[in-house]
Design a protein around this ligand. Structure first.
Ligand SMILES: Cc1cc2nc3c(=O)[nH]c(=O)nc-3n(C[C@H](O)[C@H](O)[C@H](O)COP(=O)(O)OP(=O)(O)OC[C@H]3O[C@@H](n4cnc5c(N)ncnc54)[C@H](O)[C@@H]3O)c2cc1C
Ligand SMILES: NC(=O)C1=CN([C@@H]2O[C@H](COP(=O)(O)OP(=O)(O)OC[C@H]3O[C@@H](n4cnc5c(N)ncnc54)[C@H](OP(=O)(O)O)[C@@H]3O)[C@@H](O)[C@H]2O)C=CC1
Ligand code: HEM
Ligand SMILES: [Fe+3]
Length: 470
């Protein structure tokens, strides 16, 4: 920790003798952590507090004064106070004139107030240069050396000198400042720590909906139907058999949905005859969360593989095998070996294993440490070409698994086909469209469009002006 500070020191602090003094308002959790870190990095720290005598647990070497006295010690003041308590600052407007006020505050809810906390502060103390920063760093991360949490400090403010100074301080503390522009960006910066995995939300809800749908579909076919028809209790299927249908089906559907937006985009480009027309918002958003969709799909594929591994040790499976053997012995009937069944059985498992292998490879290349090592072309090759190969193998695995009973009317229950048949609709559609798109004549047009060629320059011009959005 100390090393980081020492390394960064020459960038900003000229010499250790002329220690820069920083004032911190508030002696709460964040104020204390920030103060300690600043002391360690060579700054002098003066705290401002409502009760300077009562303040305890403050880092050694820091001075504690009342707010009006502390403000005189420095022209840069970090406000580690909740927004709700900012009002007392109005009494200090005269002394705060021309000083830099750093707003580190966060809210409890997204867009809790009509204006951002930093803009509110700028209205309260109009003569000060307000800078928004440090709200994405937790008190705990500051104390633990910020190594195991995000080091990024988003900074914004209207006064560029004040902003630059705050960025220098962040750098000295071993953090990474990122300039986000004027104070207008404060609302967005304040929302960052409140967002919960925004890119994962769509994949998460979608997979939950798919799981719920296929689960009830399988329950109707495999639990309710046998009960209604011959009063047999097959509820044990809820534990392994049904999840081992729902999970691979969800995995396959999600994998197909990773590649569906790409083909929709290609069709749109062909239809519009240009690439200079914005995609609709839903398609843009869908394209942006393909990585997350793919990784959720990989998670479900993993579950399928784990469930498949336990099939041979299941009581129901062992009972069925034993029963079959005993029945055959009693009837003195031999079960002849079917080469076709052996081929079908081995082929679908082999396709599943190869598909899963490539699936894992896609997952590995999406790790930042790996994707940083490959160039753009290599990444596209793995993600796009090998990705399609994964989709082909997994779809073939399911098709061959269906084998001879595929689409036979005997598997219909209350007119409902097996769940895997529904699961094949989207993957097969994506693969058929992709196959058409890579036909030389269509591929040539698409490639030209992507290189900037436009079929009808009139349409494109009006589209560029925003008049046509087909
Ligand atoms: C396990 C797993 C992990 C994944 N990890 C990642 C990841 O880390 N990062 C990631 O990005 N994706 C990831 N994905 C998603 C996916 O593999 C990639 O997005 C992949 O590139 C999609 O390939 P594509 O051929 O469908 O689309 P792309 O090759 O991206 O093309 C999609 C569409 O974009 C348009 N387009 C392409 N090039 C141009 C151009 N030059 N000009 C204009 N328009 C153009 C076309 O309309 C095209 O059809 C992951 C998927 C899985 C299953
Ligand atoms: N905790 C964290 O990890 C992070 C906190 N923040 C932000 O930092 C700010 C401070 O957070 P935190 O340190 O956790 O909060 P605390 O409640 O621990 O501390 C707030 C401090 O504000 C001072 N204060 C001034 N006026 C009042 C008042 N009227 N009523 C109560 N307290 C007052 C108090 O200091 P005194 O008694 O000395 O006057 C108090 O200790 C908040 O805006 C928070 O959003 C941002 C990032 C991370
Ligand atoms: C190591 C890799 C894999 C093995 C060994 C494997 C094995 C199996 C087995 C044994 C079944 C039949 C299950 C049963 O009888 O209930 C099955 C079904 C299925 N598998 Fe796989 N599989 C693998 C990977 C995958 C992958 C990567 C996918 C797709 C993403 C997938 C999708 C499916 C689907 C959709 C079914 C049909 C589910 C049903 O309706 O019963 N499998 N697999
Ligand atoms: Fe999303």
């Amino acid at each position: 920790m100390e090393k980081t500070c020492a390394d960064e020191l020459p960038l900003t602090v000229n010499s250790s003798e002329s220690k820069e003094t920083i004032c911190i308002f508030g002696t709460g959790d964040f104020g204390r952590s920030l103060g300690l870190k600043m002391l360690q990095c060579g700054y002098s720290v003066v705290f401002g507090s409502r009760n300077p005598q009562m303040s305890s647990l403050l880092p050694d070497g820091a001075e504690v004064l009342s707010y009006p006295e502390a403000v005189k010690s420095s022209d840069i003041i970090f406000l580690t106070i909740h927004r709700e308590h900012y009002e007392f600052l109005t009494e200090l407007t005269a002394v705060l004139n021309g000083k830099t006020l750093v707003d580190v505050s966060n809210n409890i809810k997204i867009n809790q107030y009509p204006e951002s906390n930093a803009e509110y502060l700028a209205q309260l103390v109009p003569g000060a240069h307000v800078v928004k920063a440090f709200n994405t760093i937790s008190a705990w991360a500051l104390q633990s050396g910020a190594l195991d949490a995000s080091r990024q400090v988003f900074v914004c403010g209207n006064d560029s000198k004040a902003k630059q100074r705050v960025m220098d301080i962040a750098r000295t503390l071993g953090l990474t400042p990122l300039d986000q522009g004027s104070l207008m960006a404060a609302a967005e910066i304040e929302n960052y720590p409140l967002q919960l995995f925004p890119m994962w939300r769509f994949p998460f809800y979608l997979s939950a909906a798919l799981c719920a749908f296929f689960f009830f579909y399988c329950v109707i076919r495999e639990v309710i139907y046998p009960y209604v028809n011959d009063k047999s209790d097959t509820t044990f299927r809820l534990a392994i058999s049904i999840p081992n249908r729902v999970f691979p089906i969800t995995a396959l559907t999600l994998l197909a949905l990773v590649y569906l937006p790409g083909v929709i985009a290609a069709i749109l480009q062909l239809y519009r005859g240009t690439k200079y027309c914005r995609f609709p918002d839903w398609l843009d958003h869908w394209m942006l969360c393909r990585k997350q969709l793919g990784l959720v799909a990989l998670g479900f594929a993993f579950l399928h593989v784990l469930y498949t591994l336990v099939i041979p040790i299941r009581y129901y499976v062992r009972w069925r095998l034993r029963n079959l053997t005993v029945t055959q012995t009693l009837l003195k009937k031999e079960n002849t070996f079917s080469t076709t069944s052996a081929w079908l059985g081995d082929s679908y498992v082999a396709l599943g294993i190869l598909g899963f292998f490539l699936f894992v490879l896609l997952g590995i290349t999406s790790l930042p440490s790996v994707s940083n090592m490959v160039n753009w072309r290599e990444f596209r090759f793995v993600q796009s070409k090998l990705g399609y190969l994964t989709l082909i193998l997994c779809t073939a695995h399911t098709l061959v698994y269906g084998g001879k009973k595929f689409l036979s009317p005997s598997v219909l229950r209350w007119y409902l086909p097996s769940a895997y048949i529904l699961a094949l609709i989207i993957p097969c559609t994506v693969l058929v469209i992709k196959f058409i798109l890579i036909m030389p004549c269509i591929d040539k047009t698409l490639t030209r469009i992507r290189q900037g060629w436009e079929r009808n320059s009139k349409i494109s011009k009006s589209a560029l002006n925003g008049k046509t959005d087909i």
